[in-house]
Design a protein around this ligand. Structure first.
Ligand SMILES: [Mg+2]
Length: 376
């Protein structure tokens, strides 16, 4: 089954947060990728959480021409060709996004060729999995935050995740001092705990924006609030510093949603830096590399979980493998997926059910591919 066409389309998809009961218009940047084969089968992949245009350019002018004529079912051969073409010195960046989007399209083809959903091709570990809601956005004021979290719990979610430490080290000169940020975050998490009671899981996510002293201070203040996990507490996912933090706190540490290389997870596992790793199928080299990483996690008796949204794709990884656990319902990316594919995860009492549609079961709306196209 030969690859005959590889095409990426950069998209800027308008989203709102109507599902959270608030009006906050914005955009979600997605690179949509199509891989067509000589049998007529077309696979769809995507990547996000970066700029869509340079990723689309990398697919269209570098990786696509490299893999045309290869067998679409030979994902290891295609992955290695892409790796050595775009990241031969171990770089990550945009290239890692581009590789992921193409690889997902290949897994979509594989599922369609087998007439099975990707999660079943991977191993079919479970047909339903826990789904938690990322709804504690930093743009919400303290009152809105409590209202939004209550709204989400009323929808049936059993776990919520809040953004903390924003903008932190990435905020430049105008950013509040880290100390002030931490105080404000503690106040917000306390307000949420008292609003939802003891039976709802609360997680926090600093998205690599804190230094060790600030992350340590936040952990010390949050210990008593029964935090489910602290995601990406430290700048650059610095493995040595995360390991130090983990030794000091009882709050479980998670990381990995934007990593591009498998060895980064190996180092986190070897250093005892994390309780859970979070390879992200849309960024961490697609399904092909996420499966390798999941194998390492299994050997360390450490679970994998989804951070970084894109639940429509990541749910297949988590449901397919026995080392998988939960998927993230990130309202922003869910809204974008709803616009692009007309699909969003179906959540009932904190569980998402997997569908039996072949591949990822996602077909892009051709009108959106035209109307949301981002040519700059
Ligand atoms: Mg995150």
């Amino acid at each position: 089954m030969k690859i005959v066409r590889v095409e990426a389309i950069p998209l800027r998809i308008p989203v709102n947060f109507g599902d959270l009961g608030i009006d906050h218009p914005g955009f979600n940047s997605i690179t949509h990728v199509e891989v067509e084969t000589d049998t007529g089968l077309i696979g769809y992949g995507m990547t996000s959480i970066t700029q869509a245009r340079p990723v689309a350019e990398a697919v269209n002018s570098v990786l696509g021409p490299e893999i045309v004529d290869l067998n679409a079912l030979f994902h290891e051969e295609v992955w290695n060709r892409m790796y050595w073409k775009a990241t031969p010195w171990g770089q990550t960046g945009y290239a890692s996004h581009a590789i992921s989007a193409i690889d997902l399209a290949l897994w979509d083809i594989k599922g369609k060729a087998c007439e099975q959903p990707v999660w079943q091709v991977l191993g079919g570990a479970r047909s339903a999995l826990p789904i938690y809601a990322t709804c504690g956005f930093s743009f919400l004021d303290d009152d809105e935050l409590v209202d939004v979290v209550k709204h989400v719990v009323a929808l049936g979610f059993r776990g919520v995740k809040l953004q903390v430490g924003r903008p932190g080290l990435g905020g430049g000169e105008t950013s509040p001092a880290l100390n002030d940020l931490i105080k404000s975050d503690v106040k917000r998490v306390k307000a949420i705990r008292s609003a939802v009671g003891p039976n709802i899981e609360i997680a926090v996510d600093a998205a690599c924006r804190l230094d060790l002293p600030s992350a340590r201070k936040l952990c010390q203040a949050l210990e008593e609030l029964d935090i489910a996990f602290f995601e990406e507490p430290i700048v650059q996912n610095d493995v040595r510093l995360m390991a130090e933090l983990r030794r000091e706190t009882s709050i479980p540490i998670t990381a990995g949603q934007n990593e591009g290389l498998a060895y980064r997870f190996r180092d986190m596992l070897l250093a005892g830096a994390v309780d859970v790793i979070q390879p992200n199928a849309i960024i961490t080299g697609g399904m092909t590399q996420c499966v390798r990483i999941a194998g390492m996690a299994s050997a360390f008796n450490v679970p994998i979980s989804n951070g970084g949204g894109a639940p429509l794709h990541n749910a297949h990884l988590q449901a397919g493998l026995s080392v998988g656990t939960a998927v993230e319902y990130q309202f922003n990316t869910v809204a974008a997926g709803d616009v692009l594919y007309g699909e969003k995860p179906v959540q009932t009492d904190g569980l998402m059910s997997m569908s039996d549609e072949p591949g990822f079961g996602l077909t892009p709306n051709p009108d959106v591919l035209k109307s949301a196209r981002d040519d700059g």
